[in-house]
Design a protein around this ligand. Sequence first.
Ligand code: ADP
Ligand code: MG
Length: 422
Amino acid sequence: MKLDTKAIRYLTAEDWRVLTAVEMGSKNHELVPTKLIGQLSGLRNSVHRNISNLAKVNLIAKIQNAKYDGYRLTYGGLDYLALNTHRKSTSIYSVGNQIGVGKESDIYVVASAEGIQRVLKIHRLGRISFRTVKANRDYLRNRTSGSWMYMSRLAALKEFAIMKALHENDFPVPVPVAQSRHTIVMSLINAFPLRQISSVPDPAGLYAELLALIVRLAGVGLIHGDYNEFNILIEERKTGVDGRTHSLPDIEEEQELDALGNAPMPEGGDEVKEPAESITLVPTIIDFPQMVSIDHPNAQYYFDRDVACIKRFFSRRFHFTSDDPGPFFAESIKVVQNRLDIAVEASGFSRKMAKELDAYMKEVGADGVEGEGRAEGEEEEDDSEPEEGLPVQPEVGTLPPTEDEDVLPSQGGPVTAANLRL
Ligand code: ADP
Ligand code: MG
């Protein structure tokens, strides 16, 4: 679903009140009675004008053949409510390009009023899944139209709580900024998914680092559950002679290369010297709605699958296979300190919520165990090879295209976040 922010500026204070009233009413009503919308908004009879404004821009929708007159909130309406909250809290000032379309999310670059670029992730559970699941399963048979909204909200809540806990414990994850309804705002990582990287200087080093992260996560009670080349972003940093790290572009401008493209060796005799600079690949882990606790009944399965994903990718892409068979789940949880899975539960993402989301994920196959779908990482690699070499740092509007080109904004020049002020 495309995020169309055009109408947001034209909504009046009363329109917002009515939209909020429909959201409130949705908690108990699949179809919110028009009368109730009038009561909740405090606008009574004049509510019809606002209802028609909102319906015109598809923020609420009338349900045909209903037993009574009423409206339901659309994904667009929920998007607007979340954006309005982010706007008020100043975490978002403008919305820019869509940079990702996941199975169950849309990813946009956004900017704060100070021009700081961030990422808005909109969870859209139910977009694909409710169409593909078997209709005879219990909780879907009884589902109300609000269940996509509720599930998407749960996914955002969980992802934000986990990102926060991981960030506070110095795991390489984006900085969590804000969460509202089915959306989260986080820092923009200037890096590309591992999937788009065709070669690395030291596969063994990166491999060891990525597996060490799986073990470190288990050491705080967590398993990623979808640890694959799409959910690991790799930033290339060059470390200069001064030992400081530099981002790629400014080094490239300064550095003169010889005819073979090598950096000149530092002045001096024949003795072997440390190279003037070395490339460090810095991974960042993203995408946490499916993360599980090490106490989960299928914990070992998820752990092993995460490990196998990295092994398979390194073998196929970089032709690297480790002699070491591990890491193993049992060993990785021998010493568990500072249980973040429990901290997350305590932070408001309750066990009941976890169960509900878990049931949904199982149902739609997002967990790859019982469902019919499969996790991203289990996809066969396509034949097309990524472009040569490591990508340079992207800017807003020039981030790598996603695989689903259809839904991207037209390629007619970069759309900057500032173009689309809320
Ligand atoms: P999904 O759950 O739909 O897979 P992800 O969180 O994995 O969503 O995001 C999808 C894609 O969006 C990622 O593969 C990555 O390319 C991009 N992305 C997500 N978050 C960020 C971020 N904080 N910084 C940069 N790119 C991001
Ligand atoms: Mg992902």
